[in-house]
Design a protein around this ligand. Structure first.
Ligand SMILES: [Zn+2]
Length: 148
């Protein structure tokens, strides 16, 4: 059985201190000692690295992870993978803020990996690469079905 490379456990060491704020789980005579005295410390193992963390720093880590995840969800509502069906209408705004409305007219991508779209604002047919979707903010206006 392979050893778990990512674990979080209560530290079993009698003498340990937080990797971030130096909070320690033992009494010290040194009045100048940095960090506060805490009862519990945690050991976060990531691969070969071991980080000792106190409650507060563990909380901060959790907040940072949550912020990171929510930031990612906001910037890419479709998780980077946009699934459009034939007939789906959507608006795509590019980096310059130009927004057009499109209708997906070919669910199948061509051999070159291009997707067929009809620009409803200009009435022009366009073929776009998958990168095209990643470079734009895409908002589905109307879900397509099996029309056509
Ligand atoms: Zn700490």
């Amino acid at each position: 059985m392979q050893e778990e490379k990512l674990t979080l456990e209560v530290s079993a060491h009698d003498i340990a201190s937080c990797s971030i704020c130096y909070a320690h789980n033992y009494d010290s005579d040194n009045a100048d000692m940095i960090g506060e005295r805490v009862d519990k410390l945690y050991e976060l193992k990531i691969g070969g690295q071991v980080l000792t963390l106190c409650d507060k720093c563990l909380d901060r880590l959790r907040e940072k992870l949550a912020q990171r995840i929510s930031a990612e969800e906001k910037s890419e509502p479709y998780g980077g993978q946009i699934v459009l069906f034939t007939g789906t209408e959507f608006t795509a705004r590019d980096k310059l803020g130009q927004s057009y409305r499109y209708r997906m007219i070919g669910a199948e991508v061509t051999r070159d990996g291009l997707t067929r779209l009809l620009n409803l604002d200009t009435g022009l047919l366009t073929y776009v690469e998958s990168a095209w979707f990643r470079e734009r903010k895409v908002k589905v206006v109307q879900k397509g079905g099996t029309i056509e």
